[in-house]
Design a protein around this ligand. Structure first.
Ligand SMILES: Cc1ncc(COP(=O)(O)O)c(C=O)c1O
Ligand SMILES: N[C@@H](CCCC[NH3+])C(=O)O
Length: 416
């Protein structure tokens, strides 16, 4: 069921009209649907079926603690990449023992914090990182559970900026070095080898690269077992794509079936998944107000009050996200617009060549903005970051207040 639909010409999020939400909280404003988040998470969880598994939602996609609290209540695990993300998970009520810690350069402080909280596993990306974790664990008189992130060298066939499983990428340990690195880890006194992981990229729209990567890891797992190192979990990362425009990614069910099929006879190996986008992208919109309509020599511009600092994906990856009117009540003339923000950059656009029937003061919704929207926002041009609202049925929860001017220089100091 779609929780972002029109009723009486008004765009609704669950049982509330977007017009009412922005009437209370103004624009730009991110709006998320609790029912959609829950539906996506449960669909993913059910798709994996009976194979022992843990869904570790990738916090980087959307780290608002209101959102995290919804997932924590479902019993979700979390994939984090910083101490900050761990703190958010704990603040939201998440369970540290279901947290996996990814990322190429965890600091000593972050490692100590994660060890003290008792996380499930560190996904380790290099030998120096193994040594660092071993050293910090020894200092704290603890044993750190670790998994090695293997770079399987498969082409995820996605945007080059978000492809992570190729030899040319900075991520993970090369397949060829995997066994030797595990052997080295086994000699370190304060490490416990518990798993293997990979993450080959984001916004994948076919199952083949996932299956290729899994097959390559299973070969390594068998080789490892033969040399006496037996692991208990296999983390296949995130990366399942969503439909922004006309992409046709596999459903979570198709994706999970392709992977679990390969796991038959390996029931002692828990599967970990790290989905971010598949849970959150289509659970949120960014609502913005049309400030001016401007006719250029070659183009019409709809200048809106949200900008690249609020939603970076169009500027950074030339990403396409659907832009729709919040109200279809008024009859207006159709025209082709570049939807642009107020930031002083030519790359500041939310959409190009969009057919819209709009007038100043109308509201627009950018769809599929629940993942990598607010989390990639900034204060560029000293713009206050947007409000975030979480809808639950008829209830409107303000889960992040709009920043105010003083927030802009918080922690800065004038000099005498
Ligand atoms: C290690 C890791 N896990 C999980 C994810 C989540 O990816 P996605 O949002 O594509 O599911 C990412 C981001 O690509 C990542 O780097
Ligand atoms: N930020 C990216 C995805 C990067 C995934 C992070 N590992 C996007 O918006 O598509």
């Amino acid at each position: 069921m779609d929780h972002f639909t029109y009723k009486n010409n008004q765009l609704m999020v669950e049982d509330v009209s977007v017009k009412d939400i922005v009437g209370q909280h103004q624009t730009p404003c991110y709006i998320y649907s609790r029912a959609t988040i829950e539906r996506h998470w449960q669909a993913f969880d059910q798709a994996v079926g009976t194979h022992p598994h843990l869904i570790c939602y990738a916090v980087k996609a959307n780290s608002n603690i209101g959102v995290l609290s919804v997932l924590a209540k479902l019993g979700s695990g979390f994939d984090i990449v910083s101490g900050g993300e761990l703190a958010r998970v704990l603040e939201a009520g998440g369970d540290a023992s279901k947290v996996v810690f990814s990322g190429v350069a965890k600091t000593e402080q972050e490692i100590a914090y994660a060890l003290e909280q008792g996380i499930k596993c560190f996904n380790v990306e290099s030998i120096p990182e193994l040594e660092r974790i071993n050293k910090v664990a020894a200092q704290l008189n603890k044993v750190a559970p670790i998994s090695l992130r293997i770079n399987p060298d498969v082409d995820a066939k996605t945007h080059p900026y978000i492809s992570t499983g190729l030899k040319a990428n900075k991520f993970g340990i090369a397949r060829e070095q995997a066994i030797a690195t595990y052997r080295q880890a086994a000699t370190m006194s304060h490490l416990k080898i518990t798993g293997m992981d990979c993450h080959i990229g984001s916004q994948l729209t076919s199952t083949e690269p996932f299956v290729d990567a899994l097959d390559r890891l299973l070969v390594l797992i068998d080789e490892l077992a033969a040399s006496g190192i037996v692991i208990s979990h296999l983390d296949v990362g995130g990366g399942l794509g969503v439909t922004y425009n006309n992409e046709t990614p596999p459903s979570p069910a198709t994706y999970a079936a392709a992977l679990t099929e390969r796991m038959q006879g390996r029931e002692s190996l828990t599967l970990i998944f790290e989905p971010g986008r598949a849970i959150m992208a289509n659970a949120g919109i960014l609502v913005t107000k049309v400030e001016f309509l401007k006719q250029g020599e070659e183009k019409n511009f709809a200048i809106v009050d949200a900008a690249m600092n609020d939603l970076l994906r169009p500027a950074l990856y030339s990403a396409w996200q659907e832009i729709i009117p919040v109200s279809t009540e008024q009859q207006r003339e159709n025209a082709l617009y570049d939807v642009v923000g107020p930031v002083c950059e030519t790359g500041d656009f939310l959409g190009k060549d969009r057919e819209l029937a709009i007038a100043p003061d109308d509201y627009l919704a950018v769809r599929s903005a629940g993942a990598y929207g607010f989390t990639m926002s900034s204060n560029y041009n000293s713009r206050c970051r947007a409000a975030e609202v979480l809808i639950d049925g008829k209830q409107i929860h303000l889960v992040r207040e709009r920043e105010n001017l003083k927030d802009l220089w918080k922690g800065e100091h004038k000099i005498p």
